[in-house]
Design a protein around this ligand. Structure first.
Ligand code: FAD
Length: 505
């Protein structure tokens, strides 16, 4: 299985290809674009409910963030219930808690119904404050959780060898192997008559009266409903201004002393560190994650791995690093994901803005979107509606932040890296280079051959930045990512970076 980065995640060995013989003459009830947890769960749910579905994936199942997740399954979220109460009221926060528990129940049901062997385990989580400031934050978290009936109990000891000042235990959590889980759902989807087409890039769609016509790299698909489960919808729409792309880093270690904590662990550092264990090929591993930053906002993404590793080595008796990888997620402006119909369309749906809780929200999306398509009542529709009204203050701040990114890049264009010729780029390095008034994304392979691209992202004309950890060009504005050949790796762009032949410059 491939992923949208060069580093290998802990999950990657577990996926198989799903070869498909696709008849492009078929008329589908629903086309789902994107083969991560959101797309696969939605396709599975709708096919089981009697709809004839096609699942279209640009690369392979699990290629996106689902292949680079850490797959904690939590009923407490990155957006705390305390924050949810302040933005959505107590009733909204209670509904949020209910929806999260529904999603966990759905995962368990899907596993049970299909006898999926995906290392699913019920777990207890420990949330710990490392200093007084974090302790105050934890007090707010506990207060909010209490109001929505999410159980959190103070504890005096934690399973992690990390000094703390206050901690709680939260029962009812879980973990699984995300790729084993979605692979099994794909198989069940196929067994129920669904169609999967991999290596099929969705370029655009047009809505006609009864039908939606999708243009893909393999042909035209005709469908009644379309779901963009691409982590952020394709094209340009309002959701690109209400969600910001972030990267997070994960490392899987073996420990010399075999003291693997059985609980899920989280501190309250900003950005926070997260821990779980996973057995791969019979070997125990500790997965630690953190060092998050806005996409394109780290000059050297490789350093994020070094920082994370050094941090973990301070506390754990680390033996060997077995895997290290990074991936992208989206932060929504008001803290809750956007799940439902895209504004201005009649039958086009999407789900985005999951923060670090996509196992839950990807699963919840499958329920909400299925209910909308099947015209069933859904109590969650308004809470997660993509067209909900923004809290004004939050929105203004968010837009300002995006504007800062845009300014940075105008500045960048003028004062671009002080590189005057390709000779200043080392082998294995990528740089944005100014040459006769134009900027180019230049990558020099080991061995010396050079890939030259225009550095302007075709999605919204921002300038891409080099990601040395995953060997990709990343756009800080909306999260599109490209390979060194310019090929789209990550939505929302549907166009590659423009390739320049050497003689063109
Ligand atoms: C490091 C990290 C750790 C995380 N840990 C957790 C965790 O512990 N628990 C948790 O709940 N969440 C976690 N998350 C968040 C969670 O992993 C994501 O929210 C979730 O995987 C998103 O799933 P998705 O299906 O929506 O998107 P993706 O998995 O990104 O899938 C989208 C798919 O769409 C395809 N696609 C894109 N464009 C096109 C196109 N034009 N045509 C066809 N296909 C296309 C892509 O190839 C991709 O396969 C983590 C995120 C990160 C970055």
């Amino acid at each position: 299985m491939n992923r949208d980065g060069v580093r290998k995640s802990i999950w990657q060995e577990a996926i198989k290809a799903f070869p498909a013989a696709v008849n492009f003459e078929t008329e589908y009830d629903v086309a789902i674009v994107g083969g991560g947890i959101t797309g696969v769960s939605t396709a599975y749910e709708l096919q089981k409910s009697g709809k004839n579905c096609i699942l279209i994936e640009a690369a392979n199942i699990g290629f996106g963030t689902t292949g680079g997740t850490t797959a904690h399954i939590n009923n407490f979220l990155d957006t705390t219930y305390h924050e949810a109460i302040s933005k959505f009221g107590l009733d909204g926060a209670k509904l949020l808690f209910e929806s999260v528990n529904d999603a966990i129940a759905t995962i368990e049901k899907n596993i049970g119904d299909n006898s999926i062997d995906c290392d699913f385990e019920k777990k207890t989580a420990q949330l710990f404050a490392l200093d007084e400031k974090q302790s105050k934050q934890l007090d707010d978290i506990i207060e909010g959780a209490e109001k929505v009936s999410c159980t959190m109990s103070l504890i005096n000891e934690i399973s992690f060898p990390i000094p703390f000042v206050k901690a709680v235990e939260i029962p009812g959590q879980a973990q699984f192997h995300p790729i084993k889980y979605i692979s099994a759902l794909c198989q069940s989807f196929l067994n129920s008559g669904g169609t999967i087409v991999e290596n099929c890039f969705c370029e655009s769609h047009s809505e006609e009266e009864e039908w939606i016509i999708i243009t893909t790299s393999k042909g035209i698909v005709k469908t009644r409903n379309l779901v963009y489960a691409t982590h952020i919808p394709l094209g340009v729409n309002m959701l690109h201004f209400t969600n910001a792309p972030y990267r997070s880093y994960a490392i899987a270690f073996t420990l010399k002393d075999e003291k693997y904590p059985q609980e899920l662990g989280y501190d309250l550092v900003d950005p926070y560190h997260y821990y779980r264990i996973q057995k791969i090929n019979g070997e125990n591993l500790l997965i630690a994650g953190g060092e998050d930053h806005k996409t394109g906002h780290s000059d050297d993404t490789g350093i994020c791995f070094t920082d994370l590793e050094n941090y973990v080595r301070q506390y754990f008796n680390v033996d060997v690093v077995k895997y290290s990888w990074s991936s992208q997620y989206y932060e929504p402006v008001d803290g809750l994901p956007y799940i439902g119909k895209i504004g201005g369309t009649s039958r086009v749906f999407t789900a985005t803005g999951f923060r670090g809780n996509g196992m839950i929200f990807g699963t919840l999306s499958s329920k909400i979107i299925s209910d909308l398509i099947l015209e069933r009542k859904t109590k969650y529709r308004n809470l997660f509606s993509p067209s909900r009204i923004m809290p004004i203050a939050g929105f203004a701040e968010f837009v300002k932040e995006t504007a800062t990114v845009a300014t940075d890049f105008i500045k960048d264009k003028l004062f671009i890296e002080k590189v005057s010729s390709l000779a200043e780029i080392n082998e294995g390095e990528g740089k944005v280079v100014k040459y006769e008034g134009e900027s180019y994304a230049v990558y020099k392979e080991k061995g010396g051959s050079v890939h030259l691209l225009k550095s302007t992202c075709p999605h919204a004309q921002c300038e891409v930045r080099w990601n040395s950890a995953e060997i990709s060009w990343d756009c800080p504005c909306h999260g599109s990512r490209f390979s060194v050949n310019g090929k789209v790796l990550t939505a929302p762009s549907v166009k590659d970076l423009i390739k320049i032949r050497e003689k063109d410059i």
